[in-house]
Design a protein around this ligand. Sequence first.
Ligand code: SF4
Length: 680
Amino acid sequence: MKRVLTTCPYCGIGCMFYLLVDGDGILVGVEPSTQHVVSKGQLCVKGWNAHHFVNHPDRLTLPMIRRNGQLESTCWDEALDLVATRLKEIQAANGSDSVAFFSSAKTTNEENYLMMKLARAVFKTNNVDHCARLCHSSTVIGLAAAFGSGAMTNSISCVEQADCYLVTGSNTTEQHPLIGSRIINNVVNNGARLIVADNRKIRLSRLADIHVRWKNGTDVAFLNSVMNVIIAEGLEDTEFVRDRTENYEQLKRTVADYPPERAAEICGITPREIVQVSRIFAAAERAMIVYAMGITQHTHGVDNVKTCANLAMLTGNIGRPGTGVNPLRGQNNVQGACDMGALPDVYSGYQKVAEPAIRAKFKKAWAVKYLPDGAGHAVTTAIDAAAEGRLKALYIMGENPMMSDPDQNHVRKAIERLEFVVVQDIFPTPTTRYADIILPAGSYAEKDGTFTSTERRVQRVRKAIEPVGQSRSDWQILCDVAVKCGYGGMKYSSPEDVMDEIAALTPIYGGISYDRIDRVGLQWPCPDKNHSGTAVMHAGKFARGLGMFSPARYRPSAELPDSRYPFLLSTGRCYFHFHTGTMTRRSRLLDREEPFPFVEVNPADAAELRIQNRNWVYVATRRAEVKAMAHVTDVVGKGVLFMPFHFEEGPANLLTNNALDPVAKIPEYKVCAAKIRSAP
Ligand code: SF4
């Protein structure tokens, strides 16, 4: 049995495990790595089952071209020729920005770097983005404004060093299980304090000192009020505020407008709860904020993130072990895809496309005469541009916008209007149905590369088996397309060569190389070969110098319940499935545990509507109606519904609202107005 050390393809924690390959080259199992700094011999249920989907019979194994409306298999040469020719033709007729590229949080760093290089160096457009737009774009922008870097400030090992947690908008035990278990251990065994601020009664709330069940979308009012109490009671860290921050007076003036009585009314909680939270958090020596998409996926997502950063700075909880603002990244390489510049306004390492000196550096390295300087389309605005006929072609690598993006009818109409759609993926998805060309890609088990985990740790991905059918690794396909376009700057012998180029051009990855991360990954910033990586950011000095207080005012969500749609619908994930279900729904054991689309309904609402547990129901919003199984549970509060978005046969994103945060362009997945009725 061959054992190949690699990194989990699911959540951003980045557990490493061994893939087990039998003598016939068949992937047969997974074995945790006892030596790994994070997993330490443990995996969650998704990790234990991470081999199942790889050899599923649905795998795409041949390139396909649409002829007379039907997809037919073809050879690589013809498929790649057509990709290059059609994209160039469309650009010649409509301009460089008539094409866009969706990169992928599931593929490696090297592949994301190559996708953004293909878009910029070959197709001369900054229309490149990926699904961080849909999960943590507010984090990237909000934390960069406050601290100068948009990543998790601390490490997973720091979680055990905290003596107080504020967990908000994160169902940690389900979505980041090995971080959730660390929090539980520290609370149960060492008496760490735990504040949970979340409308849902998540598992952590059972152990919490206080569980604040605020109304979804009132985060800014709540956190401003917590800071109001801290300042009013003199509990702030005056030394930290004086020495390490700027714009404090503005923060003070803003939060003064949120006394507990006013905020409690907005949030649907009591003033006493706000005061309790303030005192517990401010009293801690090492308090850590842990959040996920409950904070980011709002039309005020950037404000939410900035407000979390304000609270951490006000109490001096930044730059030390056991503290910090810690956004938990949902997908295996969403951190890396951002780091690699698969974003419309930056190259790798968040180097701005608008800065002439940065452009000059990349022009020289990539041997091109011109690189565009204006910000391109985000995932969400590209869909709008397609719907309006301004965008003509889309190249999608490892993404499934027909399931992941809000208001799917809008997305479908947009994609149908495109002249040319390329989809590169490992399985057929609702998005491949609209493809003019399908390029079959290799899974994580069939290629080399790196993923960067939520704690900024760059780790190896290793090839364990040969490609399935005629599939090719994404990095090879991207290089092949570049060659077909006549560009000579994307000829690499291996992903290691690509990483060497990334390190040379990207200061925060400057010290990363395959030999240095052979067994244990390194955490960026890692500027040179002698640097041992950075576990805790902003110690002594913020990446931007002083920390910037960026006060925000409460703004209601875009679409609130009313008499026609009286429920507040929130969407998210469940324990057994991952993202749009492409992989976990093809894992026999995972799909057996959660086989149906479901909606959580509070028992009081269910009784009023005569809905029994496990009845089929219809959930409707202004955009569509979806059938799902009712889970009658007090996990959700009265008047609230919750649906996961993994299920193609009951797609929650048919229902969601595509209202965007004005800065981050992230959609408001967490709040829209809905109604529910029994299915006949
Ligand atoms: Fe670890 Fe996350 Fe993979 Fe589970 S899904 S094994 S917690 S990396």
